[in-house]
Design a protein around this ligand. Sequence first.
Ligand SMILES: NC(=O)c1ccc[n+]([C@@H]2O[C@H](COP(=O)([O-])OP(=O)(O)OC[C@H]3O[C@@H](n4cnc5c(N)ncnc54)[C@H](O)[C@@H]3O)[C@@H](O)[C@H]2O)c1
Ligand SMILES: [Zn+2]
Length: 704
Amino acid sequence: MDGTDQLSEAEVAAELARLATEISAHNHAYYQGDAPTVSDADYDALMARNAALEAAFPHLKRADSPSERVGAAVGSGFGKIVHARPMLSLDNGFSDADVAEFIGRVRRFLNLGDAAVALTAEAKIDGLSLSLRYEAGVLVQAATRGDGAVGEDVTANVRTLRDVPQRLCGAPEVLEVRGEVYLATADFAALNAAQEAAGAKRFANPRNAAAGSLRQLDAGITATRPLRFYAHGWGELSAPLGVTQYETMRALAALGFAVSDTLIRAETLEEVLAHYRAIEAQRATLGYDIDGVVYKVDRLDWQARLGQVARAPRWALAHKFPAERATTELLAIDIQVGRTGALTPVARLAPVTVGGVVVTNATLHNEDEIARKDVRVGDRVQVQRAGDVIPQVLGWVGDAEAHAARAVFAYPDHCPACGSAAVREAGEVVRRCTGGLTCPAQRVERLRHFVGRRALDIEGLGAERIELFAVLGWLASPADIYRLHRRRDELLAMKGWKPTSVDKLIESVEARRAPPLDRLLFGLGIRHVGEVTARDLARSVGDWDGLCARLDALVAHAVAPALGETPEKVARREALELAALVGVAGIGPEVAGALRDFWAEAHNQAALADLLAELTPAPVKLETVASEVAGLTIVFTGTLETMGRDEAKAQAERLGAKVAGSVSANTDLLVAGRDAGSKLAKAAALGVRVIDEAGWAEIVKKSQ
Ligand SMILES: NC(=O)c1ccc[n+]([C@@H]2O[C@H](COP(=O)([O-])OP(=O)(O)OC[C@H]3O[C@@H](n4cnc5c(N)ncnc54)[C@H](O)[C@@H]3O)[C@@H](O)[C@H]2O)c1
Ligand SMILES: [Zn+2]
C-alpha cells in the first residue's frame, strides 16, 4: 500500500481512531527503525488531517491522539534515559499570517497589548534531536528524544562526534545542551553510495541516515559516519546563562558548541519574515537539509510563563517552507460521507508528482470551494501541497474554451451512501446526511464511536469486527451490540474465532450493561456533544430520567414569532431559549439545538428505546480533585494586570476548574480584575463569591 492510497482512505472519513493507529505505526518505523514506510509528506498529511478533524470536532479528540505525542517510545537495545525536562516537538506555521497569529497569540496570552515581542529566528535543521548532559563541565550522558519523556542512551556513540565537546570550561554545574544531529548533503550521498556498494539498505533522506548512524548498537559504526551537531536549546540548567534565548545561545557558542550562523534576534514581524526569505533563498546552497525557520520568544521569563501544551512549547513556532505545485487532469469528483454524515468532495487526479510524492487524490474542501474555483471534471487543475500537508486543488488552468464546454459540477443534495436528504445548516459550509443511525456510511463509524474507549469502552470490537458484523446483518444499531451473545454458536463456527476470544468479546459487552450516563451520552454521537458537554449535561441532570425530562422540554418548546420578527430572528431567539432550558454553563444555542434535533427524531427515539431495553445507564457521581477550585465554574472579568486571559484560563483549567464567559447561577467564582463592570454587579446580585487578581494568584500558588 503506498502513501497516497492511505491518504485517500484517511480523507474525509473522520477516522481519528484509524489515524491514531496508523500514525503510531509510522512513528515506530521512523523513530525506532529509522526506516519510514511512507514519505514525510504523506505522514504530515495524516497529521494535518488528524489536526483538522480535531479542530473541527474537538470533542472527538482521542486520549491517545497523535497530536499530543512526541516521537515514539524507546525500544529495546539501548539503555533508557529519563529526561530531566521533556524534549518537545514544535508547532508548525505555513504562512506569514500564521507567524503574525503566533505573535498575536503570545501577546494575548501574556497580556502585552501591542508591545514588541522580540524573537530569535534560525534555520530548522532536518536532523534528529539530541540532549547532551554535562556535569561539572564533563559530558556524562547523551540521549535521543525518544517519546519526549524517555530517550535512548547513546552516550558512547555521541563521544565519537567531533562537534560535541567532551569537556567544557566555565560551564554551570549542570548543563543540558539540546540540538540537532545531522548529516551534510554530500556526506549523505557518499554514505548511500557506500551502502549500495556494500549491498546494504539505502537511507530515505539525510535525517533518517543521521538517525540510523547515531542509533547504532556498535559505537564503532557511528564513528565512521561524519555526523554533525548544532545546538539550538537546552534542558536542565543549574544556573542561567542569560536572560534571553539569544544571550543563552551566544553563551553556548562561547562554551564551544556549534550554533547556527543563521541565528538572529528580531524585534518585528517584518524583520522575522525578511530573515525567513533570506534563509529560504540560501536553502539549496547551505550544504545540509533544512525544512523551515524556527522562531522563539526571546525573553526567558516570558517563555516560562507561556509554558507548553502536550506536544510543543507555546513560545516557539516552526515556519515551514512552502511545498511545490503541479498541474494534472481532474478525473472525477467523489463525494465521501464521514462518521458525522458530512459530505466531503475529493478530487481524483491523474497521478502527478508534487514535491517528490505521487499524488492521486486531493481535497476540494466543500461545496462552496468547488463553486468558487469552478473546477469541472476533465479540467487541468493545479495541485499544491502547502507546507507538506494534504494536497489541495488550487483551481483550473489552461484552455478556457474547453473548460467552458464542460459540465458545471452539480453537488448532490442527497447522501450517496443512503439516499437520505443531505442538508446544510444556516451558516455552515458542510452538507450533512440526515440519515443518522440508518446511514451505512455513518453506521460503522458511529458504532465504533459508541464502543470507543472514552464512550462505552467495550473491548474486542474493533473496526474490522464491526464491519464484519454489519455485513452479516447482526449489527445495525447500538442495541445490537448487546445481542451479540446470541451469535455465540455462529461465531464459534467461523474461521479464526477461538472460544476464548468469543467469550472475551461477550464478557466485555456484558460488563457494560450499566454505563455511566455521561459516557452513554457521549457515545450516542450527537452532533456537537463531546466528552465535556456530555459530562456537564450528565452532572446537571443526574440520571436517565432527568435527562429525558430535560430533553423532552426542549422538544416541547415552541416559539411564536412576534409581530414583524424575521425568521432569522425567531430562529436565533429559539436557540437562545433552548440553551436557557438546558441550563448548563458552556452549553450554548448551537449544542442545545443539536440536542433538540437529535431527541426529536423518531428514528433516534426508536434506537434509544431499543438500547434502553438492553442496558441501564448509571447516574453520575461528582469526582473530587485536590485543588481548591477543581470542579468549579470560574469567570474572569476586568483587566488582569499580571497575566493574559488565555494564561488565566490555562491556569484555571490546569487546576481542574471550568472557565465560562458569563456570570450565571452556575458560576462559583468570579475573578475580578481592574475596571470590572456588569459581571461584577451581576455576581454580587447572584451572591457569587468574588476575588481579585491577587486572590487568584494566591490560589494558583497554593496549588503548585
Ligand atoms: N515518514 C514517516 O513515517 C514519519 C514518521 C514520523 C515523523 N516524520 C517526520 O518528522 C516530522 C515530525 O517530527 P518532529 O516531531 O521531530 O517535528 P519536527 O522535526 O517537524 O520539529 C521539531 C524538531 O525540530 C528540531 N529542530 C531543528 N532545528 C531546530 C531549532 N533551530 N530549534 C528548535 N528545534 C529545532 C528539534 O529537534 C525538534 O524536536 C514530521 O513532520 C515528518 O516530517 C515522518
Ligand atoms: Zn447517509
